[in-house]
Every structure is written in C-alpha cells, then in structure tokens.
Design a protein around this ligand. Structure first.
Ligand code: NAD
Ligand code: DAU
Length: 368
C-alpha cells in the first residue's frame, strides 16, 4: 500500500469514469485502503472497464449540473478528500456545443463547491483539519505561448476556447470558495495527457486508429502547434501528491519530460510522424504510415504552443515524471494495438465515428 492515507479515509473522485479520473480511481483502489466514491454522469467519454468490480469502489451516477443530485451524492460519500476531475474536456466539442461546457464545467463546479462547503462545515474538528478539495485543471487556462517561455503558477489567465474559458471560470470559483468561505483547496494545472484508455477523439489515439484503419490522418493547420505531453500515470502521481501534501490555497503546474529529462514539447507533426514510425516498426504495411498524413483546415482559435514549468511541484513536493515521452508513446501505441475491440466498443457506445468536429464557417482550409 504505497499511498499513506489515514485509516477509514473516504475519497470522492468526480469524473472517475473518464480517462484521467479512472487512472486516479485505479491507483486509490490498488495502493490504499480508502473507500472510493466515483461521481460521474457517465457521458460519451466514460467507461468503467479499466476499473472493474471492486468492493471499495462506489459509483454515484450523477450529473453535477443537478444541485440536488450533487448534494445527495456528497452526503452519501461523506468525503475526507474531494478530487474534482469531472468536466467536458474536448476543445473541438466545445466549439460545436459550448453550452454543455458552461453547464458541466462552471455550473457543475459551482454546485459541487456549494455541497462540499456544507459538508465541510459540519465535519468534526479532526476531520475538518485533514479535509481537502483538489481541483484538477489545465494549462489551457493560460492561453497561447509564442516560441519562447513556459507557463508557471505566476502566469496570468488568458483562455481562448470555450473549453479553456469554462475551466478558467471553474478555477476562479474554487479560489473564491477558498478565500471567501475558507474551503481548504489545492489546484493543479496540467499539460496534455496521453496513455491507455483515452477516448479516441484526442490527437494520439485518433492518429493510431486512423493509421491502423488505413484512413487519412488529420493534421490541423500547418501541424506546427506545440503541446507538452505527460504520461497519464505521471499525472496521477502529481495529483495524489498535491491532494495529500499540497499547501492549502496553492496552485501547482504539472508538465512532461522527454528522454534524459529534456522537455517533452513536441509539434503535432512530430508526434504524428513518431507514431507512424513506431507503427512502421511494430506493424509494418506495404507503404509507410506517414503517407496517410493529411493537412486539414485549422481548429478555430487554435492555441499555438503550450509548455509548462513544473519546478514548483518538483521542488516543494518532490514530483518528477517517471516516463519519457518516447517510452510512454511506444507503450501507448502498443496498448491501442492490443485493445482495438475496446476502442470499437466505446466509439460505438458514444455514437462517434471519428469524423472531423469543431470547425466553424470561419475556419479556413490551409494545405492539401
Ligand atoms: P474525460 O473527458 O476523459 O473524462 C471526463 C469525465 O467527466 C467523463 O467520465 C464525464 O462523464 C465526466 N463528466 C463530465 N461532465 C460531468 C458532469 N456534469 N457531471 C458528472 N460527470 C461529468 O476527461 P479527462 O481527459 O479524463 O480529463 C479529466 C480532467 O482533467 C478534466 O477536468 C480536464 O479538464 C482535466 N485535464 C485534462 C487533460 C488532458 O490532457 N486530458 C490535461 C489537463 C487537465
Ligand atoms: O493542455 C491540456 C489539454 O490537452 C486538456 O485540458 C484537454 O482536456 C485535452 O483535450 C488536451 O487539449 P488539446 O486541444 O491540446 O488536445 P487534442 O488532442 O484535441 O489536440 C492536440 C493537438 O493536436 C492540438 O494542437 C490539435 C491537434 N489535432 C488534434 C486532433 C484531434 C490535430 O492536428 N488533429 C486531430 O485529429
């Protein structure tokens, strides 16, 4: 049991049927004795296969947009720690339907904060002393970088997509509930996660599945937008450290690492070509997979570059990523290759066939 949590500890994880939340739930179940309450509306991107049946896992199928359901769930969970991951998370979907992002990410966070505040105020002194509300956020709240610099805890907020604006709003609400109502909060802002069990609508699983199906691989715009990639299990390490040892009221930025601790910033073109060359080695076809890469119209408002300075969480909490981008990406490609049935199942359940989403009339076609 490497996680040292107090005895009879109760954790409420929201969004625990999603990509990152399910990795948090698995870790809590396998590495602690905590009772884990998983509050999730079970949306299109949810799946519980990676968790399976476990006597300490309690699913609460609740939509945070409902104040009553949220309140009842918080009372049932009676938590010592809340890890709030539930959110609509895909930028392209926020362009097609921003309303759901406002509802889940802003109203949902508000409802949760109100219920948790009531819960916190009636806890015994002993439990109140150890209680934490951990809000899991994104580097996208900081906006878009040029070719230089990195986001840190001191960077001003400048969100530019409906998704990032809704996450920024939720961060502000969490800070306000701390300063005004004394809720003991910790916030983390992380870069792009990748790894097994990610719903195949985000770049890395999309590229793997399109390549294996022999379909064209869509590269938005000029393909030179840069992201800072972090293997999901390394993010979970950071989350559990921040949740249990983070300073109340503090923010921690979390980002990735490449070979030998170098930065894990990569252009999309670089990521796509690397996936193609891994596939060329492990599942060769007559022609190189890279021949399938096709530039398509850009994402409206496409942020150019994200890069994270993780030095605060490394220095203060001793976190560092264990997986280089090169190792993590290879493991991820292999995982998808061996789990194509799961991909088919979740795509079918979601009614999503891999078509392009998130383009408005203003998007211009750039490239062939
Ligand atoms: P995901 O889309 O895979 O999972 C999100 C889960 O939240 C889903 O199971 C969904 O059903 C649930 N959910 C959404 N709205 C809800 C609501 N109103 N009520 C109850 N449940 C609801 O997302 P993810 O990639 O696992 O991201 C989890 C969190 O981490 C999000 O808050 C996201 O902003 C943040 N984050 C993600 C990344 C990334 O690269 N994926 C990076 C940094 C931060
Ligand atoms: O930075 C953290 C964020 O990372 C999280 O907060 C979000 O929840 C998560 O979805 C992710 O957002 P991105 O928009 O960066 O991820 P996505 O995988 O959608 O896109 C990554 C990059 O790849 C982006 O520049 C757009 C581009 N792209 C994406 C897809 C799906 C393509 O070129 N082709 C594609 O088919």
């Amino acid at each position: 049991m490497p996680l040292s949590l107090p005895t009879e500890f109760r954790v409420l994880v929201t969004g625990g049927a999603g990509f990152i939340g399910s990795a948090v739930v698995r870790r809590l179940l396998h590495e602690s004795d905590a009772e884990v309450f998983n509050l999730d509306k079970i949306g299109y991107a949810s799946d519980l296969a990676s968790i399976g049946d476990h006597p300490r896992h309690h699913l609460l199928k609740v939509d945070l947009a409902s104040a009553e359901e949220t309140d009842a769930a918080v009372r049932q969970a009676d938590p010592d720690l809340v890890m709030h991951l539930a959110a609509e998370s895909h930028v392209d979907r926020s362009i097609d339907g921003p309303g759901l992002f406002i509802e889940s990410n802003i109203l949902g966070t508000f409802n949760l904060l109100q219920s948790v505040r009531r819960h916190f105020e009636q806890l015994s002194e002993n439990r109140r002393d150890r209680f934490r509300f951990h809000h899991i956020s994104t580097d996208e709240v900081f906006g878009s970088l040029g070719s230089q610099g990195r986001f840190s805890e001191a960077t001003a907020y400048d969100p530019r997509s409906p998704y990032s604006a809704s996450k920024a709003a939720s961060d502000h609400l969490v800070n306000a509930w701390h300063h005004t109502f004394g809720l003991p909060v910790v916030l983390t802002n992380c870069s792009n996660n990748y790894g097994p069990w990610q719903f195949p609508e985000k770049l890395i699983p999309v590229v793997i599945l399109k390549a294996l199906a022999g379909e064209s691989i869509p590269l938005y715009g000029d393909g030179l937008n840069v992201r800072d990639w972090l293997y999901v299990e390394d993010h979970v390490d950071a989350l559990l450290l921040a949740a249990t040892s983070g300073q109340i009221g503090d923010h921690y930025c979390v980002g990735g690492a490449g070979d030998h601790g170098s930065p894990s910033e990569r252009s999309n073109r670089d990521v796509v070509e690397t996936i193609c060359s891994i596939l060329d080695r492990i599942k060769p076809q007559d022609v190189p997979y890279a021949s399938l890469i096709k530039r398509v119209s850009d994402r409206p408002g496409h942020d150019r570059r994200y890069a994270i300075d993780s030095s605060k969480i490394s220095r203060e909490l001793g976190w560092k990523p264990k997986h280089s981008f090169e190792e993590g990406l290879k493991a991820t490609v292999e995982w998808y290759l061996h789990n194509l049935d799961w991909c088919r199942k979740v795509l079918e359940k979601a009614g999503y066939e891999g078509q392009r989403i998130g383009i408005t009339d203003q998007s211009s076609v750039s490239g062939s």
